[in-house]
Write a protein that binds this ligand. Structure first.
Ligand code: GDP
Length: 471
């Protein structure tokens, strides 16, 4: 442990009026500093780890600040791996600020954002992917994102990446050992062996990359645009989707203008309904098809819900809207055609919609159609299943075992995959084994960026442990 670290403090709970608010201290002086403010039956410095005491906090002039419970946790088994004291105060903003100020005057420094977690990382308790998971747990807005983040916090991503890295390192170390000591390490048939390792590693990386895309949707929700001609029932579908859950309305500053987004849950999947303000305005029949407005929403969407009025024949407008999307910048975005108003006598069938999709160039995976009634709610379950199918190939339930990959992880994985492809090319080209190691190490290093590990120390340790026994 690094000894010269200072002691940091921060209000650890949300600011606002609440029953309890916590001021947290971490560092070598955490207990001593808290003791300067605290008076109870015992000194905090006499307490065992993971014990709590009731007492009063007072500033240096003896002015009582609050009644508190002080929780003492001693290094190294704490969140930060340092000594930690948590002061559970009354949860008023002023109380907490006074306690924080007193802690600073008593010798602590105000923590920077994320500094407690950074210390956990520097202390070696968690790796970078776990540090990131801490933030994901805190910001999780739905059960699936939360369970995936918790898994990552438990080390699911670290484990996967570490396994991959160990394999690559083993091969690198083997090559280097063989070049140094050809009598004991043979490189005969090495090409065949390493090809197996490369194939397996690349497959695992591809799988992780696929999950990276799903992770973004899990974390941020599926950005969904509802489009269709006036009176098709867009607002009604919106209301059906929002149901009781309608609540979080956020103004998000877009690049060109402000858009309104509303979040809702559909069978455990979070949908972010884009530009719902625009949808409401198109209720005004005077406004034409609203293509421009719809397109702006479509541009950033992961999913497009095209609402058609199934009680009327498919119109030119429906077809041209679909065509416009397909040929526009978002041609790859999956489309679900919702044949709305199926509580009435309908004249459009799912087959009709499918043939329109097909005619416009959508494959069965990219475009689906289903009947629904915004009025009765019938078909909502099918919509839910279709969304599962489109985005998670129907298999979202295994989120217990997953993790949430972010852009940084994704980039590292892509770099690693490219490096491994170069090794395969070298193997195919039949160049010397010493050429492999550069790219193997590049992949190893790229993967190490995910967990935040360093390269050289690891390599040295590994070679030492695996190959130099007794030497
Ligand atoms: P928008 O212009 O596309 O937003 O369409 P609205 O949601 O305002 O709906 C237009 C009209 O269709 C309204 O009178 C709705 O009550 C009606 N409507 C919408 N969905 C349904 C449905 O599923 N069944 C029936 N019978 N009427 C519907």
């Amino acid at each position: 442990m690094i000894q010269e670290k200072d002691t940091i403090c921060a209000i650890a709970t949300a600011v606002g009026s609440a029953g309890i608010g916590t001021v947290r201290l971490s560092g070598p002086e955490a207990v001593a500093i808290a003791d300067r403010l605290f008076s109870g039956k015992k000194r905090l410095s006499e307490m065992n780890t993971y014990t709590a005491a009731y007492g009063q906090l007072a500033d240096e002039e003896g002015r009582v600040l609050d009644e508190v419970i002080a929780l003492v946790m001693l290094a190294p088994h704490t969140y930060t791996t340092e000594d930690v004291v948590e002061l559970s105060c009354h949860g008023g903003p002023l109380v907490l600020r006074r306690v924080l100020e007193a802690a600073v005057r008593a010798g602590a420094r105000m923590a920077e954002p994320g500094e407690f977690t950074r210390r956990a990382y520097l202390g070696g308790r968690i790796d970078l992917s776990e540090a990131e998971a801490v933030m994901d747990v805190i910001s999780a807005e739905n059960d699936r994102a939360l369970s995936a983040s918790l898994n990552q916090l438990k080390g699911s991503l670290r484990k996967e990446v570490t396994e991959l890295r160990e394999k690559l390192l083993y091969e690198t170390a083997y090559i280097e050992s063989a070049l140094d000591d050809p009598e004991n390490y043979s490189l005969d048939d090495f090409g065949g062996r390493i090809s197996l390792v490369l194939d397996d590693s690349r497959q695992r990386i591809s799988k992780m990359l696929r999950e990276a895309d799903e992770g973004r949707l899990l974390r941020g929700g599926i950005r969904t645009a509802i489009i269709g001609r006036p009176n098709a029932g867009k607002s009604s579908i919106l209301n059906l989707l929002l149901g009781e859950e309608r609540a979080i309305v956020t103004d998000i500053a877009g690049t060109t203008r402000d858009t309104l987004e509303e979040k809702t849950m559909l069978g455990g999947i979070q949908l972010v309904l884009i530009d719902t303000a625009g949808i409401r305005e198109t209720e005004d029949a005077v406004e034409q098809i609203g293509v421009k407005r719809a397109m702006a929403a479509v541009d950033t969407a992961d999913l497009i819900l095209l609402v058609v009025d199934a009680a009327e024949p498919l119109s030119e407008e429906d077809a041209s809207l679909l065509k416009e999307i397909r040929e526009g910048g978002q041609g790859e975005t999956p489309v679900l055609v919702l044949l709305n108003k199926n509580d009435l006598t309908t004249v459009i069938s799912v087959a009709d919609a499918k043939s329109l999709l097909e005619k416009t160039g959508y494959s069965a995976e990219e475009g689906m159609a289903l009947e629904i009634s915004a009025a009765t709610g019938e078909g909502k379950a099918e919509l839910e299943r279709a969304v599962h199918e489109l985005f998670f190939s129907g298999r979202i339930e295994d989120s217990q075992e997953r993790y949430i990959l972010n852009a940084r992880h994704k980039e590292a994985l892509e770099t690693a995959a490219e490096a491994l492809s170069r090794v395969s090319e070298s193997v195919d080209a039949g160049v010397g084994e010493d050429f492999y190691t550069i790219d193997l190490l590049a992949a190893y290093e790229a993967l190490g960026r995910i967990t935040g590990e360093t390269l050289e120390d690891d390599l040295a340790d590994k070679i030492f442990a695996e190959f130099c026994m007794g030497k």
